[in-house]
Ligand binder design. Structure first.
Ligand code: HEC
Ligand code: HEC
Length: 351
């Protein structure tokens, strides 16, 4: 059972028990000490002044000093009633605390629900302006009205929806982590493939942690009506309803790839030794290549792609070659377009 319900029940019980106990005390008191008959007026005088004794009158001009402390007699007047009222207030307080604990889970659930709907709404605005062009008007990728393929993956899908996976808390956690970390860090893909941009400020993007949570909330808790809203939000913001597919990123040119990737081992400066002693200096490769016998044979066989094949996967030409594969098809990092660019560059060297 919910801890809050138990706490509330205990506090209500204590409240009732104290009330009952106090009622018992009052009754008990009344039983053991039957109330004295109250005395008023003349009778009171008789009690204090014996018949015949002189009653001292205050002098007419005497002004009593204002007592420094409250009159003890006044405090004790109606003491019983004051205690009852005080106790009732104390018990009332217990009762209020109990009642609060009782309704608190409901209050909290409502606040969470409210916050979530706010987050989804803000997430929609962020999506419409930042993600729409790549992931589509309904969050399902696809093509834009001109028929251009959108680069983003579908986000509005059952695997990401809380309603579909809520039975498995581990899956909910996994999806949230996947969404948040992908939006934060993006996913870099070598050009000319599109990358998912990084959006977190910590990764050079424009969004704070709370905004990224709002986007993840949209993807996990958004309903069909929310996604159907996107084109209207675009219109309101004065953006086109048709997705504007960004141009694919340009792959770096051959010389840049050579400098960034190949120069780790190879020297491209005439007369300067390569970093890796096994890797030949390529400064004049356009006139001096190919070097390795197997590669020379491949070129002489009339294969126009001899050098592309080498850079893609040297071992396919010279088994056991010390140069690792660079083509994606062989598990390397460069898409074929980039391999061809760096090969073109190599063949100009020294000419
Ligand atoms: C420039 C286009 C582009 C933009 C803009 C863009 N994305 Fe992406 N997004 C991609 C691409 C491309 C991928 C797929 C990356 C991959 O895995 O190859 C992707 C993947 C994702 C994924 C992972 C999906 C999965 O199934 O693993 C999420 C989540 C995502 N994007 C959310 C967003 C959000 C949220 C925004 C807006 C803040 C956004 N994207 C903006 C291009 C984009
Ligand atoms: C990890 C070190 C390393 C990197 C990085 C590297 N290479 Fe090599 N490369 C070698 C080695 C070692 C050889 C000699 C291979 C052999 O003899 O089997 C070689 C040989 C070559 C040759 C000569 C083939 C011949 O015999 O004509 C070419 C061309 C070449 N690499 C191109 C590249 C290109 C292009 C890149 C960048 C995409 C690159 N290499 C990155 C280590 C590397």
């Amino acid at each position: 059972m919910d801890l809050n319900v138990i706490l509330a029940a205990v506090s209500v019980l204590i409240f009732v028990a104290l009330l009952a106990f106090f009622a018992f005390l009052v009754k008990h008191q009344a039983d053991v000490e039957p109330e004295e008959k109250p005395v008023y007026g003349v009778e009171l005088l008789e009690q204090h002044y014996a018949p015949g004794s002189t009653v001292e009158q205050p002098t007419p001009y005497y002004v009593a000093p204002i007592p420094a402390a409250p009159d003890p007699l006044e405090i004790s007047a109606n003491l019983d009633k004051k205690i009852v009222v005080g106790a009732a207030m104390l018990f009332g307080l217990f009762g209020l605390i109990g009642a609060y604990l009782l309704i608190q889970p409901a209050l909290r659930a409502e606040a969470v629900e409210h916050q979530l709907s706010l987050d989804v709404r803000r997430g929609k605005a962020l999506y419409a302006s930042l993600c729409y062009d790549c992931h589509g008007r309904d969050g399902r990728g696809g093509t834009n009205p001109e028929g251009k393929q959108l680069p983003g993956l579908p986000l509005n899908k059952a695997e990401f929806k809380y309603e579909a996976i809520k039975a498995d808390p581990a899956a909910v956690e996994r999806v949230r982590r996947l969404l948040v970390s992908t939006i934060e860090q993006g996913r870099e893909r070598p050009a000319p493939a599109y990358s998912m941009p990084a959006w977190a400020r910590s990764h050079g993007g424009p969004l704070g942690a709370w905004q990224i949570k709002q986007l993840a909330d949209l993807i996990m808790y958004g309903h069909d009506e929310d996604w159907a809203d996107m084109p209207h939000i675009r219109e309101e913001h004065g953006q086109t309803v048709a997705e504007v597919v960004p141009d694919p990123p340009k792959p770096p040119s051959g010389d840049v790839i050579a400098r960034q990737v190949c120069a780790v081992c190879h020297s491209f400066t005439a007369g300067q030794a390569s970093t890796s002693p096994l890797a030949p200096n390529l400064a004049r490769y356009g006139v001096e290549g190919p070097i390795v016998a197997e590669l020379r044979r491949a070129k002489d066989s009339g294969d126009a792609d001899w050098l592309v094949k080498w850079v893609t996967n040297p071992a396919s030409i010279k088994p056991g070659s010390a140069m690792p594969p660079y083509g994606q098809s062989a598990g390397g990092q460069l898409p074929e377009a980039s391999v061809r660019l760096v090969v073109q560059y190599l063949l100009t060297l020294g000419r």
